[in-house]
Design a protein around this ligand. Structure first.
Ligand code: IVH
Length: 712
């Protein structure tokens, strides 16, 4: 037999000829690491360093390399976050260690009883006194998940399931941008690390998702937890990917730390998970005794509504991990941890009428008018009913006693009627066929749940569109709320957002309760808004369907100018990251509509024409800059930094940031060192991005700033 026919020879031969070169391999590794770093900076730290276009170029290069050499495509490759396949159903798998639930306590008394039980269980084992220090966190209302890392690489992800067996959701979890595909840092990593935590959807994202679903006539979700669960179990990864989920790590399952870097307490564990690249529950805190745990729970409850995600309690865990292990579990739950549950936020009341509201996109939303009832600390007299089908599906009639709940949003929703209390003759509701604001006929497309008013001149739609434009979702113009907009629209002085910028003193002084001083302030505020407007905020303000903050940011960076965006064809929109066919079509249609074209011209003529945010320029200079990667951002430092604080401040300023003295809503980034104080909790409560000092230094270096060596 000729020598070259031997299979081993053939293989060797072919792999030498058709395998990727060492350079290709190195390049693919570099690209993967680089993309993951930017994912972390962008999604977890909210600190983008490169433009979306630059990211996209790196991404496409890796896709091309992997297409050429499929063996370079590892499951941890960032390209695998983007899934296109339809799975055939979820597989099931046992957890290597059971995922327990938590026992609940509903009062301080029950909490004291729990501590007492814990102490007795401890004393029975005859050891030294139990250290009663607790690590406390809010209880995130999402979906429990376990992610398994082998030698630092994401291997699989399981839902909690019944605690023993979970569903395999690895593909869906890979699409979550705040989940590291590879643990950050140098290692050594535990050979097997099971990270446990909660998958959640932020209230804002939940609200946006439901609005989108409602427009599409698709299912609306009852609360963010259902939305997160539904999304994670979605088999179509393109859908999963379009719905923003976040993962917060709160513990570990099986894990053997290297003896060189032991992990002794919950606090240390959280810090380590943070260093690995995970988000951890905001507001985590060490409480030195049981009394301060009760205070902590009360504090979290008081701030429950202000949180950017749903929380349904506080969790207290014994901080010492050895003590945790010694106490162990009952059949259902750990003896070392408990959930302080908050009172339910459901109530019953009588539905006295149904009104219909017209939204800024013309969608008609039925609203329940309720007999006022206390719900989670506020009086509620209105609640959304979503759409005609929901009313029918719940079989809600006027006069019914209904259950209302607050979930995922400050806007309460009706859950359903209490059938036993239905009065005789309760009337079924007939959805109107004409717009309550302009009396024009309304339409409902086949397969859609929403009725719509299509009248471009409908006063209700105009009013809503302008109110949205000036609101925090849009340009955030101070002092111009709905009541002024209502008067200006009703008086015929303002018909579009651009008309606001052509207002004069005499237009304003005609308004009810508007004096000269107020009118002047009003115009000043408009002027400030005109000058400080950014393109992405302006885009948000336009309320283009399916264009939220992230997409607006992408568009603003990629096009830099409204005119360029208005000319973009669907193809070039589709080439951008995270823009699918539906979003591209919506953007294209918006700018193809003559009335919207006229609006752009009006913006130009009133001088409202912001440019896209400058892409982080690789500037080498350490000079004070109005530009720079942190231009327009407010930064504050807290805790013990490795570098001198003055140097940190100088570096931030050199990057274009404004260094603030205290935490407020204006703060964009809180940079934290060791032992951060109360500023951290405050910043978390305000949803300010928290950045570790090391990441901050990385960011500056990556942005091209010279950072003296040895600073981190
Ligand atoms: S610690 C041994 N911490 O609450 C269990 N759980 O009924 C340790 N949860 O299934 C859990 N936020 O999914 C912990 N900060 C937090 C949490 C949290 C939410 C969930 C968890 C668990 C359920 C307990």
């Amino acid at each position: 037999m000729p020598k070259q026919d031997s299979p081993t020879e053939m293989q060797e031969h072919s792999s030498r000829v058709v395998g990727p070169s060492a350079e290709d391999r190195a390049r693919a590794d570099w690209l993967a690491a680089e993309l993951e770093k930017h994912n972390h900076l962008y999604h977890t730290l909210d600190l983008p360093v490169i433009s979306d276009a630059q990211y996209d170029a790196l991404f496409r290069e890796l896709v091309r390399l992997e297409e050429l050499w499929p063996e370079l495509r590892s499951p941890q490759s960032p390209t695998q976050r983007v899934g296109g396949k339809l799975l055939s159903g979820l597989a099931k798998k046992d957890h290597s260690r059971q995922m327990y639930g938590l026992d609940n306590v509903f009062s301080v008394e029950e909490w004291r009883d729990f501590v007492e039980r814990m102490r007795r269980a401890w004393d029975a084992s005859g050891s030294v006194a139990l250290p009663l220090t607790f690590w406390c966190e809010p209880k995130l209302d999402g979906l429990a998940l376990e992610i398994v890392y082998v030698d630092g690489l994401l291997q699989e992800a399981l839902t909690r399931g019944d605690g023993i067996t979970g569903e395999v959701v690895t593909d869906a979890v890979r699409t979550i941008r705040t989940v590291p595909l590879r643990l950050r840092g140098e290692g050594p990593f535990p050979a097997r690390l099971e990270v446990r935590g909660e998958v959640v959807m932020y209230k804002k994202d939940f609200h946006d998702l439901n609005a989108r679903q409602q427009e599409l006539g698709a299912k609306v979700f009852a609360n963010p937890r259902n939305a997160a669960a539904g999304t994670l179990r979605q088999l179509d990864m393109t859908v999963t990917q379009s719905r923003p989920l976040r993962f917060f790590a709160y513990g570990v399952g099986e894990c053997r730390w290297s003896p060189a870097v032991p992990c002794l307490s919950c606090g240390e564990l959280m810090a380590r998970l943070g260093a690995y690249g995970f988000l951890t529950p905001p507001h985590g805190r060490l409480c030195p005794d049981p009394e301060s745990v009760a205070e902590y729970a009360e504090q979290v409850r008081a701030e429950q509504d202000a949180f950017f995600m749903e929380i349904d309690g506080a969790v207290a865990k014994l901080d010492n991990l050895d003590a945790q292990e010694a106490l162990g579990f009952t059949a259902r739950s750990p003896r070392f941890a408990v959930a302080f549950k908050f009172p339910s936020r459901q109530a019953t009341t009588v539905l006295s009428a149904i009104e219909v509201q017209v939204g800024r996109t013309g969608v008609l939303t039925p609203v329940a008018v309720l007999e006022p009832v206390a719900l989670g600390g506020v009086m509620v007299s209105r609640a959304t009913l979503h759409n005609e089908d929901e009313i029918r599906a719940m079989d809600i009639r006027i006069g019914d006693t209904v259950i209302v709940q607050r979930a995922g949003d400050v806007i309460p929703a009706v859950v359903g009627p209490v059938m036993e209390l239905r009065p005789p003759g309760a009337q079924e509701y007939v959805f109107p066929r004409s717009c309550p604001a302009c009396s024009q006929p309304v339409y409902r497309e086949e397969g859609q749940a929403a009725w719509r008013c299509e009248n471009v001149a409908c006063p209700a739609i105009r009013l809503r569109a302008i109110t949205h434009f000036v609101s925090r979702e849009g340009l955030n113009i101070q002092g111009i709320g709905q009541r002024w907009v209502e008067q200006l629209v009703a008086g015929g002085r303002v018909a579009s957002p651009a008309d606001l910028f052509a207002l004069r003193m005499e237009d304003l002084e005609k308004l009810d309760r508007m004096g000269e001083v107020l009118a002047r302030k009003f115009l000043d505020n408009l002027e400030t808004a005109r000058q400080s407007a950014t393109l992405h905020r302006l885009l948000c303000g336009l309320g283009i369907r399916h264009v939220g903050r992230e997409t607006a940011r992408t568009l603003s960076r990629s096009f830099g100018d409204l005119a360029a965006l208005a000319e973009a064809d669907t193809q070039s929109l589709l080439a951008l990251p995270d823009i699918g066919p539906e979003v591209a079509a919506s953007i294209h249609n918006f700018f193809a509509t003559p009335a919207n074209r006229r609006l752009l011209e009006q913006f130009r003529s009133v001088g409202l024409w912001p440019k896209g945010e400058s892409v982080a320029a690789p500037s080498a200079a350490l000079s004070p800059a109005v530009q720079g990667p942190l231009a327009g951002k407010a930064v504050l430092f807290t805790g013990t930094l490795r570098m001198p604080r003055t140097l940190a401040q100088e570096l931030a300023e050199a990057a274009g940031a404004l260094v603030l003295g205290s935490v407020s809503k204006k703060l964009d980034y809180l940079v934290v060192g060791e032992k951060p104080g109360s500023k951290l909790a405050k910043a978390q409560a305000l949803n300010v991005s928290i950045v570790q000092e090391e990441d901050f230094v990385d960011f500056l270096r990556l942005s091209g700033l010279t950072v003296p060596p040895g600073t981190a």
